[in-house]
Design a protein around this ligand. Structure first.
Ligand SMILES: [Zn+2]
Ligand SMILES: [Zn+2]
Length: 106
């Protein structure tokens, strides 16, 4: 499964410390999100509930109920806090791309 859409807006967390993680074969995580969603990330709005800024980055997020499974979601720079341990809410319908390289591009 390459993409899902957000159906449960609560309980998301930033994966954290992903800046040191090497990019995938797509060249960047933004490219990876665009390739598998078939959308232009820069034309999306930030996926954080309540934020209307344009999206700028593909952030690694997960929901603990879903077994730490990692997804990429478009966020604006000011909403992407990799070290933030707090839960946040995403917009219903936001497009999430599978961040597992072995299941996608490699
Ligand atoms: Zn990739
Ligand atoms: Zn934002």
């Amino acid at each position: 499964m390459y993409t899902i859409t957000v159906t449960n807006q609560n309980g998301w967390k930033n994966k954290g410390n992903t800046s040191s993680r090497s990019n995938c074969k797509c060249g960047s995580w933004k490219n990876h999100w665009e390739f598998f969603s078939n959308k232009n990330l820069s034309l999306q709005k930030c996926s954080l509930l309540g934020c209307s800024n344009p999206a700028e980055q593909a952030a690694h997020v997960f929901r603990s109920e879903e077994g730490m499974y990692e997804w990429l979601v478009p966020l604006c720079r000011s909403c992407n806090h990799p070290t933030n341990e707090e839960y946040f809410s995403l917009k219903i319908g936001a497009v999430l791309v599978n961040a597992n390289k072995a299941e996608t591009c490699e």
